[in-house]
Design a protein around this ligand. Structure first.
Ligand SMILES: *Cc1c(COP(=O)(O)O)cnc(C)c1O
Length: 363
């Protein structure tokens, strides 16, 4: 059986290093907001090319903290792609803001820049771009629109650790960016974790305070803050794994290239990328019109798959207000998309088998 994602195998490669770092934290007697978190924040900021990195509890909180620190609230609108993972949209709702859904481009699965401007009103405060599946959003048009309308750009980089657009990493392509270190992400902890990256000094200071009970220094509270912190053990583990992120991403790129060059089946629509570096292949999603049948076919031949995502946000019970809304491109993607195994620990034999089995699929 080729697993969709073998997390044990991914982390096993670093076991001795991780064991040592966990032991160090245990021995230190300091478990929250200590040196490990500080060191990881510095290293991740350097990796991304950002002035600031602020650790927090998870990716949803990272996005939530950004919106909260900007002071966006009830009545404010934030533009977001309709086909994203629901967390992007929840972060907007949690602040009382209204998510304004925009259809994606069917080629890239990222927000269609040509459909943004018609959705802007005098209430619009920000555009949230989501680098879906690990592919950096082409930012040029969006940056121009944001400038023209005085909007902030918030990046959801939860799937795009290490994607590079024209030499600039996801995480500094907008005003502020949220990352997730959920175990299955390209840079994953052994539990929950997240961070915000930004070049904005004021925003960074405010987010750091809000995430720590609104406190700028001990027992001094200037905001009605929350508790969202990256703990020392997770920070230490992430600091070990960060060193290998580029190698892992390059292995994903290599596998993706092999898939794209060797899967030859007219029933399967393969993903595309503008540039090999602008995608980190968090997910390798293909489209097929008879998805359930295809999934069963692969399962029967020992290949596990997953669907990102089976139901679009506007069809979820959580958002009944959108139940009659129509987003045909989003719906088409959700009906046809299926993710095949993709991870740095797939070996060549597994990769070849996946290609062979997919090439043998008949409708
Ligand atoms: C994983 C993910 C999140 C949320 O991250 P958590 O750490 O699970 O809260 C947000 N947006 C996208 C696109 C994601 O894939």
């Amino acid at each position: 059986m080729i697993k969709f994602l073998n997390l044990k195998k991914i982390n096993e490669r670093y076991r001795s290093e991780i064991d040592l770092r966990i032991k160090k934290v245990l021995d230190s007697g300091w478990y929250i907001l200590g040196n490990e978190c500080k060191v990881f924040e510095e290293n991740f900021a350097k990796y991304i090319g950002a002035k600031h990195c602020i650790g927090c509890a998870n990716g949803l909180d990272a996005l939530n903290l950004i919106i909260r620190a900007y002071g966006f609230s009830q009545g404010d609108e934030i533009i977001v792609p309709a086909n994203t993972y629901i967390a992007s949209i929840l972060a907007i709702s949690q602040n009382g803001c209204t998510p304004v859904l925009v259809e994606p481009d069917i080629e890239t699965y990222n927000i269609n820049p040509d459909l943004i401007e018609e959705k802007i009103t005098d209430k619009t405060k920000a555009i949230m771009v989501v680098h879906l599946y690990g592919q950096a959003v082409q930012m040029q048009k969006i940056t121009e629109i944001a400038k023209r309308h005085n909007l902030k750009i918030i990046e959801d980089s939860a799937q795009a650790h290490g994607s590079v657009l024209n030499g600039v990493k996801c995480g500094v392509l907008g005003d502020a960016s949220g990352f997730s270190f959920y175990p299955g992400k390209n840079l994953g902890a052994l539990g929950d974790g997240g961070c915000v990256t930004t070049n904005d000094d004021e925003l960074a200071k405010k987010i750091r305070a809000i995430a720590n009970y609104g406190s700028d220094y001990k027992y001094h509270h200037i905001y009605k803050g929350t508790n969202s912190r990256l703990d020392e053990i997770q920070a230490a583990i992430l600091d070990v794994k960060l060193k290998y992120l580029d190698d892992d991403n390059n292995r994903r790129r290599e596998i993706s290239k092999y898939f794209r060059e060797n899967i030859k089946n007219s029933n399967i629509i393969l993903p595309k990328t503008h540039h090999e570096m602008s995608h980190v292949w968090h997910i390798f999603a293909v489209r097929v019109c008879n998805r359930d049948d295809f999934q069963k076919y692969l399962e029967e031949r020992g290949i596990q798959t997953n669907i990102h995502y089976p139901t679009p946000p506007h069809k979820q019970g959580a958002y009944v207000e959108w139940q009659n809304a129509k987003y045909p491109i989003t719906e088409k993607i959700h009906d046809e998309i299926i993710s095949i195994p993709m991870s740095p620990v797939l070996d060549d034999i597994e990769v070849e088998k996946i290609v062979e089995v997919i090439n043998g699929y008949k409708l």
